[in-house]
Design a binder for this molecule. Sequence first.
Ligand SMILES: [Zn+2]
Length: 431
Amino acid sequence: MNSKRVRIFVLIVVFLLLVSVIYSGVNTNIKLLASIDRIYRDPYITIDVDEKKHINIINETNKAAHKYLEKIYYKKRDVSKYSYSKYKKENINHKIYKNIDNIIYETKNYIENEFKSYNELVNYSKRKKFIKHLNINVDNYDNSSDILNDLIDADKKKYDELLAYLEYLHSNKDKWYYVNKIIVCKDEETLKTIESKNRELNLDIKIVLESKDENVKKIPVLMYHGVSDVTWGIANLFMKVSDFEDQLKYIHDNYETIFVEEMDDFGSKKAVVLTFDDGYVDFYTNVLPLLKKYNIKANLYVIEGADGGVYLTKSQVKEIADSNLVSIGSHTKTHPTLTGLNSEQLDYELRESKKGLEKLIGKEVKTICYPTGAYNKKVLEYTSKYYDYGLAIENGVQKMYDDYNKLAIKRFRVYRNTSFSKFKSMVDQAN
Ligand SMILES: [Zn+2]
């Protein structure tokens, strides 16, 4: 090679090195933002009919993980002067336990291989008990599944600092919220603290004071299930008909109602969105007549595979759609917890329910409501292939920031025992 070629070669190598350094920084930041997002969103706090099943699986996972960990520790005991039981009681000395990363890595692989289809739960279990076992206190991180990955990739010091930062955010959760990749602080003191922590850690996260965001458009989205004086199953899911009518009157007198798919474009009017999950037959007998009486719009989420019984029949769904007061959305094909499905099943539930409903009603189905409110990154990714809007059940008013998450719209839960004043406090957040 002549010297000119050598120079060009060196320049290319330097350029590639720079790119990789910048890229790894960006990557850490994305992971961190994801953790903050999860801390804020608390996706695991949902009442789930499958809760018991989930807990059992988590326990089983924990048991297996503990067993495995113990095994490794006994095996590797000779590398340290601490016994396993002593280790359990004392803080880890990272210098002595240089093999800790190794153990975490091996264990992670073990659990992942063993429980592939329950990745979510595995993450949960790792955070809850398993890491605690290693004396690293991430007990607070119910929603931060990247912790273990960070632990493996990041160097120890950086990791501890990030952990302290996330711990601070978690324990001061009522003082800030996270939207649009921005941390919105509710008071100046929190703003200053988070700002200084960000500086210390050299993090590039946008932080603003809430007052600057007060004027953001807010749309209350209400979640109903049944409306019937006669109840079955979980009685609290059924509104009393007269209470429901009182609520409709109040909405009619004070607000505009819009469909979910109109949330982005309805002018400056104060708006409320009504949503109904599951498509029970009382929607046809009790809800639709009242919607007509008060000229109120609603989104109805139908389980495509259901037909009759406690559910609406196909012809009722068609008739409801033809009223033009109700926009039909998907509540999947068979109402599974989407986070527990493999890719093929997930795609099927999303795709086939849309297809079936569109064929039935002759209109495009643009919105979906996740059964039991459960979703994760993968569910959102697949959902975005078929739908424009997704409804979660995280409680609160939907704030209409420019790029709010259209696939995880927040909702207020309205139950049989929701008082009228509580209901008012929800809808009156519309601005
Ligand atoms: Zn449901």
